[in-house]
Each structure stands twice: as structure tokens, then as C-alpha cells.
Write a protein that binds this ligand. Structure first.
Ligand code: ADP
Ligand code: ASP
Ligand code: MG
Length: 420
């Protein structure tokens, strides 16, 4: 008998018919003798619907009182889907009980809309499991030290599931979604994308942080920190497929490099449209400019991703960096009002129509010429590279947003990712 955590995403929970299907699948696992904890997302579209209602009443703002209410509101989506799943399980003849995050409790910090899990008390859940119940725990939410409901950021149910699995030392955490595993790139953009049977934890971490929305990055961080065995698989297979076959399907996240396995140099391609580029032009080139520009940005709690400083010409230089698109206007205003006059820079320019495309692979550690192959492939498509950043196992470029799909497809082909 094993302790297994299942997580079902929004599409998998998208209708009463699909919830019934989830219930039948979970019942199959419970009847096979496993203790089951299930973490559902809200029904697809529900979180957007709820947040949309809030925006109708008051536009988004950076205000703790407002963010608190957004969490109070958004958390209801998972509360509803969890209760519906418990009802569906009961109608399948299983004993089942659902808990909201605060009832477990899942304790978080107070960063509304992007809270971090700090601890999980599993006493209540364990009691139910021991009594033979299937326990449903809402995804995406917790409770802060003052008893307020918090949420974990969009896509946060993945993190809830892995955190519950880590806290309870579950034997496995299965992330059921609307694709049958982790692919070489988003199969909705590149139909030739291939499913990976395994992906290393480090590669998954990079892919998630660089924009592959299949797993929320914090869920991968948790899995790595606590070595949670984790698999991504489809909820759209018939619920009654053989359980052993199901348990081996999808993509396994691995923690050890398999020496014997021939590693692909590049395992995957990630992309995102979430960033915007800002350039401070004509900055006098003297010590402290990076600090003056980025210090002011950091003081405003704005995160910076890529940074480039050009070599100076006649004592002046340009300084460019990227921020999240949601912070674009705020950063531009801050620079125009405070930093540019103080520095004596010429102007500040910005472009929100960019995207970041990245190649990821642990094989890049031991192979040279991978980045140049990437640049050649983009140049053959006539795509101009605006910024570059590299780490041991990834190379990212910033390009014009309109070339995103073209770039991803070209790179997918150039690195033979469509070939088994
Ligand atoms: P869920 O609602 O189950 O959490 P998500 O929409 O958050 O599902 O994540 C699944 C989606 O992630 C897929 O439908 C797919 O379009 C997208 N995706 C992006 N990159 C990848 C990738 N490399 N492999 C698989 N899916 C990916
Ligand atoms: N329902 C939340 C969202 O839409 C959390 C999740 O689905 O993981 O972001
Ligand atoms: Mg998701």
C-alpha cells in the first residue's frame, strides 16, 4: 500500500462529466489499496472569471487590501471543485472528505496573490486516510499567520500538490493534465513536439522558469528540495486503463543523471511573452550606474531578468534590461521621473512587444557550439536577436514577439527535437 497524491488541473476538472471521470480514476487507485490525497484546481475558466469580476468593479492595483480580497475570491474556485469531487467520489461508493487550505491547515506567508507555503499540518488528513477516506485538499491556497486566505500564484495547484506530497512523504505525486506529459516544447505551438519519457529535475526547473507553463516553477523547486517522485500524465485516458500501465505513463521527473543514458544536448525549448525591454540611453559611463538604475527598480519591488550594458562611446553608454510586462509602465515612469534626470541620461525607451525563447539541456554542459548553432538558425530565418543570456544548461534570446512561433519551430528542427 502506498500513499499517492493526485493533482488534477482545470481542464481535467472542467465539467461534471470530467469530475465524474476523475472520481472513477481516483476510486480505481483507492480500490487498488492506495491511500489517496487528491488536489484539484478550479474548473477551467473559473479563476479567470472570478478575477474578471473583481476587475469590473475596480481595476487591478498594487494594494494589500485589494489583493487580500482577490485571494478570498479566487480561492472559492478550488473550494467548489474540491467539494464536487468529494460528492462524485461518494456517489462512486467511496468515503471522501474535502478540505480548504485553511482547514488542513496549509500555512503560508502573507504575500497575497503569490504566497509561499511555509508548513503543512497533516494530522487531520492522516486521520481520514487511516479511516479509509479519500481526502481532497484544495489546490492553490493556504492561510497566513493572521488567518487570512492566501493564494499561491497562477498555476499554483501544482505547488500545493507537491508540497502536500513532500509534507506527507508520499510515495508519488502524479500531476494529471490535458497533455500526456512534458514535451520538447509546447505541443500547441509545435505539433511535431515529442513527449519526453523522463526529464531531469534541473531541466524541468529551467523550462518552468523560462515559460513552460506545464508545471508551476515552485512545484518543481519543492520536488527538488524534498526529492518528491513526480510524474506528469494525462487525465484524458479512459479512467479504467490498467493501473500499472497508467503508473508508468507520461513523463517522470528524475533527480539523478543516468550516466548510461545518451543525453540529448538540447532537451527542450521554452518561450514566454511575459517580459518587456527597457533601455536607458546615453548614460554617462562611470562607476555606479548599474546600481543607480537597478537599485531604484529594486527599491520599487520590481524584478529584473536580463541585463545588458553596451560598451561606451565617447563616455556614454546604453543600459538595457527586461522586467515583467505587468511592471513595464511602472518601471518606465519611475525611470523617466527619477533616474534619467539624476543620471543625466538622454532618454528611456521601452518595448513590450518582445518575447524570450530559450533552449534547455543538461547536455549543454559538455558540448560546445550549441549557442552559436542557435544564433545561426535564427539568423537563417532573418530573426534579429536583441538580448542574450546564458547559464550552464540554457541559452535565452530576446526577439520581436511576432517571430516567436517561427523561432521556436526553427530551433525545434535545428536541434532535431522532432526526431525520436
Ligand atoms: P493544468 O490546468 O492541468 O494545470 P496547464 O494549462 O497549466 O494545465 O498546463 C498544461 C499545458 O501546458 C498544456 O496544455 C500545454 O499547452 C502547455 N505546455 C507548455 N509547454 C509545454 C511542454 N513543454 N510540454 C507539455 N505541455 C506544455
Ligand atoms: N486555479 C488556479 C489558476 O487558474 C490554480 C491552478 O489552476 O493551478 O491559476
Ligand atoms: Mg497548470
Amino acid at each position: 500500500m502506498a500513499l499517492i497524491v493526485h493533482k488534477y488541473g482545470g481542464t481535467s476538472m472542467g465539467s461534471t462529466e470530467r469530475i465524474r471521470n476523475v472520481a472513477k480514476r481516483v476510486a480505481k487507485w483507492a480500490r487498488a489499496g492506495h491511500q489517496m490525497v487528491v488536489v484539484p484546481s478550479a474548473m477551467s475558466g473559473e479563476t479567470n472569471r472570478l478575477l474578471g469580476l473583481a476587475k469590473e468593479l475596480a481595476p487591478a492595483k498594487t494594494d494589500t487590501a485589494y489583493d487580500r480580497e482577490l485571494d478570498m475570491l479566487a480561492a472559492t474556485g478550488e473550494q467548489a471543485s474540491s467539494a464536487l469531487l468529494a460528492i462524485a467520489l461518494q456517489s462512486e461508493g467511496m468515503e471522501s472528505v474535502s478540505y480548504a487550505g485553511w482547514q488542513v491547515p496549509i500555512k503560508t506567508n502573507s504575500a497575497f496573490t503569490k504566497a509561499r507555503i511555509e508548513s503543512i499540518d497533516d494530522v487531520r488528513v492522516r486521520k481520514d486516510l487511516a479511516a479509509g477516506r479519500v481526502v481532497i485538499v484544495t489546490g492553490f491556497q493556504g492561510m497566513d499567520p493572521d488567518g487570512n486566505i492566501t493564494t499561491l500564484g497562477r498555476g499554483g495547484s501544482d505547488t500545493s500538490a507537491v508540497a502536500v506530497a513532500a509534507a506527507m512523504k508520499a510515495d508519488e505525486c502524479l500531476i494529471y493534465t490535458d497533455v500526456d506529459g512534458v514535451y520538447t516544447t509546447d505541443p500547441r505551438v509545435v505539433p511535431e513536439a515529442r513527449r519526453l519519457t523522463t526529464v531531469s529535475f534541473e531541466e524541468m526547473l529551467e523550462m518552468a522558469s523560462l515559460g513552460s507553463k506545464v508545471l508551476q516553477i515552485r512545484s518543481v523547486e519543492f520536488a527538488g528540495k524534498y526529492k518528491v517522485p513526480m510524474r506528469v500524465l494525462s487525465s484524458f485516458t479512459p479512467w479504467d486503463i490498467d493501473i500499472h500501465e497508467e503508473a508508468k505513463s507520461g513523463t517522470l521527473i528524475t533527480f539523478e543523471e543516468d550516466e548510461k543514458m545518451e543525453q540529448a544536448v538540447v532537451s527542450g525549448i521554452a518561450f514566454n511573452r511575459d517580459e518587456a525591454k527597457i533601455s536607458v540611453v546615453g548614460v554617462p559611463d562611470k562607476p555606479g550606474i548599474a546600481y543607480q538604475i537597478l537599485g531604484a527598480v529594486a527599491d520599487a519591488n520590481i524584478e529584473v531578468d536580463m541585463i545588458i550594458q553596451n560598451i561606451s562611446k565617447e563616455g556614454k553608454t546604453d543600459f538595457s534590461f527586461t522586467v515583467h510586462r505587468n511592471d513595464f509602465v511602472r518601471t518606465m515612469d519611475l525611470l523617466k521621473e527619477k533616474v534619467v534626470p539624476a543620471l543625466g541620461a538622454t532618454e528611456v525607451t521601452g518595448d513590450a512587444k518582445i518575447c524570450k525563447v530559450s533552449i534547455v539541456g543538461i547536455g549543454m554542459r559538455s558540448h560546445v557550439g550549441i549557442a552559436s548553432k542557435m544564433f545561426r538558425s535564427l539568423s537563417e530565418e532573418g530573426i534579429n536577436i536583441q538580448m542574450i543570456s546564458t547559464s550552464e544548461i540554457k541559452t535565452s534570446v530576446v526577439i520581436d514577439e511576432k517571430y516567436m512561433e517561427l523561432a521556436v519551430r526553427a530551433l525545434h528542427k535545428a536541434f532535431d527535437l522532432d526526431q525520436a
